[in-house]
Design a protein around this ligand. Structure first.
Ligand SMILES: NC(=O)c1ccc[n+]([C@@H]2O[C@H](COP(=O)([O-])OP(=O)(O)OC[C@H]3O[C@@H](n4cnc5c(N)ncnc54)[C@H](OP(=O)(O)O)[C@@H]3O)[C@@H](O)[C@H]2O)c1
Length: 347
């Protein structure tokens, strides 16, 4: 069993809390509905109260897995209206707030394509950006220069995300320069396409090592930093191929599907530390990766895209920016967001 049972309440404790939890919520919501001026509002509130009580009853009695950490967190909230005010306030302020100038962002595979667009978007927002690459040092340097031209700060770091020592050095470089890491974008990725029965061991292993194990190494290094300060955002670039599969990409779809499972698990593991983890699943985005496709393949793909075009790296970067910095995204975790022009899912 993978659950840490030291954190699981005994049956009796669970029952007691379950009772207190559901009763308290019913009372709070009934009072709220009583004091509400609009009768229709109080009616819907009452319905919601019943639904909530029923749901929480089901949930708690089913699992009884309310951890002691969550309970103390629950107690520390002075009231739910305080929490609501805090969350709504930060969302409302977003339109007037300046970009998070002091944020330190690590973007893997930032020398080209989607990673480059993400790094530039972060640079434009005034962040300190570590621009990672594995081979294209010249292109990575240009990205860094462009960020500096926008008034941001940048560091270029050559390192292979599938090598643990390289990843450790990369995070040490960011820490030495800027003292922390606030956001990690796991973007580095490769394809080694082949039909399964012809796929060489190396084609399988390289794709798994970079696209999945690389995400693991970088995430572990980032969480080590974020854990202590109880704050952080991790955004993993997966693919619609990880959700839908694709002919000739058994290795790539396995790695990208792995990233999705990984994202959901890590979001659950570190949510209590306010570390928010999500995945973005792009469809076909114009980059070196898709430039390899034959004209015939591109034509066929376009038939499956209702918007009738490939996406642009800047569009993916915009979604990354939203997840990383918009307070409206602070309650989104463990999710996979498709950005694919409405592509038909094969599922
Ligand atoms: N383009 C699409 O249609 C599409 C769709 C869905 C998902 N994605 C995903 O989006 C991400 C970016 O794709 P892209 O199209 O922008 O790819 P790309 O243009 O081929 O760029 C790949 C980037 O990853 C870097 N990289 C490759 N292996 C690395 C390693 N071992 N360590 C560190 N960096 C490494 C490359 O660095 P060098 O320049 O040094 O080689 C480059 O910066 C990938 O994860 C990809 O799977 C892309």
């Amino acid at each position: 069993m993978l659950l840490d049972f030291t954190n699981v309440l005994t049956h009796n404790q669970g029952q007691f809390l379950h009772h207190k939890f559901t009763t308290s919520f019913s009372i709070i919501l009934l009072l709220a509905s009583f004091f509400s001026s609009s009768s229709s509002k109080s009616l819907s509130l009452l319905k919601w109260s019943r639904a909530f009580t029923a749901t929480s009853t089901g949930l708690l009695s089913k699992t009884s897995l309310l951890t002691s950490r969550n309970i103390s967190q629950f107690r520390s909230y002075s009231s739910f209206s305080d929490l609501r005010n805090q969350a709504v306030g930060s969302v409302e302020q977003a339109s007037v707030e300046k970009p998070p100038e002091s944020s330190v962002v690590v973007v893997t595979g930032a020398s080209r394509g989607i990673g480059k667009a993400i790094a530039l978007a972060m640079g434009k927002a005034g962040c300190k950006v570590l621009v990672n690459y594995v081979r294209s040092s010249k292109q990575a340097e240009e990205v860094s220069k462009e960020i500096e031209a926008y008034g941001g700060q940048a560091l270029t770091f050559g390192g292979d995300v599938s090598k643990e020592e390289d990843v450790e050095d990369m995070f040490k470089t960011a820490l030495d320069a800027w003292g922390t890491v606030d956001v990690l974008i796991n973007n580095a990725g490769i394809t080694r396409d082949s039909l399964l029965m012809r796929m060489k061991k190396s084609q399988w292993q390289d794709v798994i090592d970079v696209n999945l194990t690389g995400v693991r190494f970088c995430t572990q290094a980032a969480i080590e930093i974020m854990w202590k300060k109880r704050k952080g955002k991790i955004i993993n670039i997966t693919s619609v191929v990880g959700l839908d599969g694709n002919v000739g990409q058994a290795n790539y779809s396995a790695a990208k599907a792995g990233v999705i499972g990984f994202t959901k698990s890590v979001a659950k593991e570190y949510g209590s530390r306010n570390i928010i983890v999500n995945a973005i699943a792009p469809g076909y985005i114009a980059s070196d990766m898709t430039a390899k496709l034959s004209e015939d393949d591109k034509k066929k793909m376009l038939e499956d895209i209702p918007l009738g075009r490939f996406g642009q790296p800047e569009e993916v970067a915009g979604l990354v920016e939203f997840l990383a910095f918009n307070p409206a995204a602070n309650y989104i975790t463990g999710q996979v967001l498709r950005i694919d022009g409405g592509m038909k899912s094969s599922n």
